[in-house]
Write a protein of this length. Structure first.
Length: 267
């Protein structure tokens, strides 16, 4: 079993002194989070990856190091406030104060409203909404002190309504409200906050949907692509490209926005 708050990886102590920005990416063991972590590391940021999957975290860090980047892995449940505090403290001690945060960790099991247990609701809200709150609250003081920061929250097109996952859709909608409020409150400190709302992206979540429907995943993607204007489904790298821009210095006048990365307009 993973040890909450345990961190490992390449973590030089002098990065902050050399002006290297420190990024924290949650849910980075695979999929979108791993793609974002690798992209940011490739652009020169030192990256701390947080996930409950200890092996997956280590794999992401190893890939970054193999590419010449610098990273460390922290095993933590983002819905656990104490674990988040420990993880951020260890990241800060090892890499330096983080000024980039990508809240990507999320879960979205499908359940009908009348069958949705209260504990399931709290679990989904805990990861998808409480987690970003805990991480942002822990990291914001470093951004405020630096007078610069970038927060990117990964929401979903489910935020406009999801017939199969009322818990997930509600949490992701809440995340958008959280993002806009952060932009209003933290802007005076040189901190921007934006949300990315992915559409269909190849991921464990979309694979799970295919399994639930008894459908081959390749066929599931082909069917989904028919309703997407650009004619294809999304890839984790599509989200990483957008995150890369939103955390850049050039995006300093973009804040409080929701960027739908869905291959077409979203109502």
């Amino acid at each position: 079993m993973a040890t909450p708050g345990r961190c490992a990886g390449l973590a030089p102590m002098n990065h902050a002194a050399h002006g290297q920005r420190i990024a924290v990416v949650t849910g980075a063991a695979r999929g979108i989070g791993a793609a974002v972590a690798r992209r940011l590391a490739g652009e020169g940021l030192a990256v701390a990856v947080i996930d409950l999957d200890e092996a997956g975290c280590a794999a992401t860090v190893e890939a970054i190091i193999a590419d010449g980047g610098r990273a460390m892995a922290c095993t933590a449940d983002v819905s656990d406030e104490a674990a988040v505090i420990v993880a951020v403290a260890r990241i800060t001690a090892a890499l330096g104060p983080p000024t980039v945060l990508v809240n990507n960790a999320g879960i979205g099991p499908q359940a009908d409203l009348v069958e949705l247990a209260t504990h399931q609701w709290h679990t989904v809200v805990g990861v998808n909404l409480n987690g970003p709150f805990f991480l942002t609250r822990a990291v914001a003081p470093y951004m405020i002190e630096a007078g610069w920061g970038r927060i990117v929250n990964v929401s979903s097109i489910s935020a406009v309504g999801d017939a199969d996952r009322v818990d997930y859709g509600s949490a992701k909608a809440g995340l958008i409200g959280f993002t806009k409020s952060l932009a209003l409150q933290l802007g005076r400190h040189g901190i921007t906050a934006n949300a990315i709302a992915p559409g269909f992206v190849v991921s464990d979540m979309t694979r799970a949907t295919a399994r639930r429907l008894g459908r081959d995943f390749a066929e599931h993607q082909r069917l989904a692509a028919r309703s997407i204007p650009v004619g294809r489904v999304g890839r984790p790298e599509d989200i990483a490209h957008t995150a890369s821009y939103l955390v850049s210095a050039e995006a300093g006048f973009v804040s409080g926005q929701v960027v739908y990365v869905a291959g077409g307009p979203v109502d």
